[in-house]
Design a protein around this ligand. Structure first.
Ligand SMILES: [Zn+2]
Length: 196
């Protein structure tokens, strides 16, 4: 239940910051949360709780992206000023936050080359295996697809076809239950298919 726990941990941090608890490296985002209007704050807490409730039913091996409305109210799309703090709040590994700060804002060619190697290994060396796709938390850009900490934190995982279908169902339920209007954020997971 690693992925669920990490979402619960984020919710806990937000509620603690609201009442003034200090966290190392989260100064600006703390202030932002403390100064949020009551309605807005309540709205994001309700959405986050709802998201956690849905994720609990599916128990995916990778954490879905945070609800886009919550991210939006936390100020993540209104500039990259908070990117480091946002990454910390999301529990992203330090190495990946550093790499993001060096202007690696998307899955790029280096990631795709790494994906090719993973694909080759899976298709050539291992014979029968159940790996269908490499799945990442949408919006999370790892320093490398091989970043160990990202794997151990449930931000990257190899999934079987069965798990993949479960993830797609979860995405659909999240979209239905928590509608939002961020066009580019209809997917909570980034998927790289592995089968040739
Ligand atoms: Zn990393």
């Amino acid at each position: 239940m690693r992925t669920l726990e990490s979402l619960e941990h984020i919710l806990e941090k937000i509620t603690c910051m609201r009442i003034g608890q200090k966290y190392e490296g989260l100064k600006n985002i703390s202030l932002h949360i403390q100064n949020m209007e009551y309605e807005k704050y309540n709205f994001i807490i309700l959405r986050l709780k709802k998201q956690i409730e849905i994720v609990k039913k599916y128990n995916p091996p990778v954490r879905p992206a945070m609800d886009p409305m919550v991210s939006s109210y936390l100020g993540i799309y209104s500039g990259l000023d908070f990117s480091e703090e946002y990454g910390l709040l999301m529990g992203y590994p330090k190495c990946c936050i550093e790499s993001f700060k060096s202007a690696r804002f998307a899955i790029d060619n280096n990631h795709l080359k790494e994906a090719e190697v993973i694909k080759e290994n899976i298709n050539n060396n291992l014979g029968e295996n159940n790996n269908y796709a490499l799945v990442l938390t949408s919006g999370f850009i790892p320093c490398s697809l091989k970043c160990r900490e990202s794997w151990s934190k449930g931000l990257i995982a190899l999934v079987s076809f069965k798990e993949y279908k479960n993830i797609v169902k979860l995405e659909r339920e999240l979209l239905n239950e928590l509608p939002h209007y961020h066009g580019g954020y209809n997917e909570y997971f980034e998927k790289i298919f592995l089968k040739k």
